[in-house]
Design a protein around this ligand. Structure first.
Ligand SMILES: [Fe+2]
Ligand SMILES: [Fe+2]
Length: 299
């Protein structure tokens, strides 16, 4: 027993049977372990509730942030709420389970302020060089031409906001306000489903997908807000990177066909605190390089 840890996972996608089995096997190793679930739990509210209830029962504290899949309104879901109303509903589900969300007071773990955030995306990351400088409309047209369109465009509504970029702008304003009020003496752990920086996007098999992967507005937040670690998912590329001396942990499990290939080299739960000894390169990166770095693309 090593004492309580802050653990993280994401992209559990429990609407897949193999992933459901994987979640059933998730247990704390210390009764005091906390667990961050960084979005994309499932597509339907009942599945999200099932997974979070199971985890909330086992871990001392579960912290959830929404991913794009959690915000979809798929046909056949009993809950047909869209956009911010759907998010508010999921926050209520979490509260009924004792799970913390971006709408709750930020908790402290081992001397670190844990900041669950919901920031969405605004199509501003342009990894494909010829997309830089294009309007959102033109960039989306280029992606469409390349055959790359995120399913969000069909299943995630933003009403009453005029699209995800407007919703994202509102989330940025509110989150900046909260960050400006944080206690100055605590280092942070920044948690968001979408990456905060560009570096992790450079390995996307389809660079057009960067449009749906966050916002350039957060590119310096890890420095400006004294981050000890940044936790995110969405890319299904579960690796550790370092920028400006800050550890970035992509903690996604991903779809069975993805994790069965790399065999979840470090398991489905990543240790965030206490900070583990760095493995350089991390086992996933080493594996991917052996494969010729044929990374999975974002979903
Ligand atoms: Fe995902
Ligand atoms: Fe995602």
């Amino acid at each position: 027993m090593t004492g309580p840890r802050l653990l993280a996972t994401s992209d559990l996608h429990v609407n897949r049977t193999d992933n459901q089995a994987l979640v059933r096997d998730l247990h704390p190793s210390d009764p005091g372990d906390w667990l961050i679930v960084a979005g994309d739990v499932a597509d339907k509210v009942a599945d999200i509730r099932w997974a979070l209830a199971l985890l909330a029962d086992r871990f001392e504290q579960v912290i959830w942030v929404p991913g794009n899949h959690d915000l979809w309104t798929p046909p056949g879901d009993d809950v047909q709420l869209v956009g911010p109303e759907r998010y508010d509903h999921l926050v209520e589900v979490c509260r009924s389970l004792g799970v913390l969300t971006p709408e709750d007071a930020w908790p402290v773990f081992a001397g670190h302020l844990i900041c669950p955030m919901f920031l969405l995306y605004d199509y501003s990351w342009r990894v494909r060089p010829d997309m830089a400088g294009l309007s959102v409309e033109d960039a989306l047209a280029v992606a469409r031409e390349a055959g790359v369109v995120a399913t969000d465009e069909f299943l995630m509504a933003s009403r009453p906001y005029d699209g995800p970029a407007a919703w994202c702008a509102a989330r940025l304003t509110e989150t900046r306000r909260r960050l400006s009020e944080r206690p100055a003496d605590l280092p942070t752990v920044l948690v968001n489903h979408w990456p905060l920086t560009e570096l992790p996007l450079r390995v996307l098999r389809h660079p057009e997908f960067s449009l749906w992967c966050g916002t350039t507005e957060t590119a310096r937040w890890h420095v400006e807000h004294d981050a000890a670690a940044v936790v995110y998912g969405h890319l299904h590329v579960p690796r550790t990177t370092w920028e400006d001396g800050v550890r970035f942990e992509e903690v996604s499990v991903g779809y069975p066909r993805e994790w069965q290939r790399h065999d979840l080299l470090r398991g489905p739960l990543r240790t965030i605190l206490p900070a583990p000894e760095p493995e350089v390169p991390d086992p996933f990166t080493a594996w991917a390089l052996r494969q010729g770095a044929r990374w999975e693309s974002v979903r």
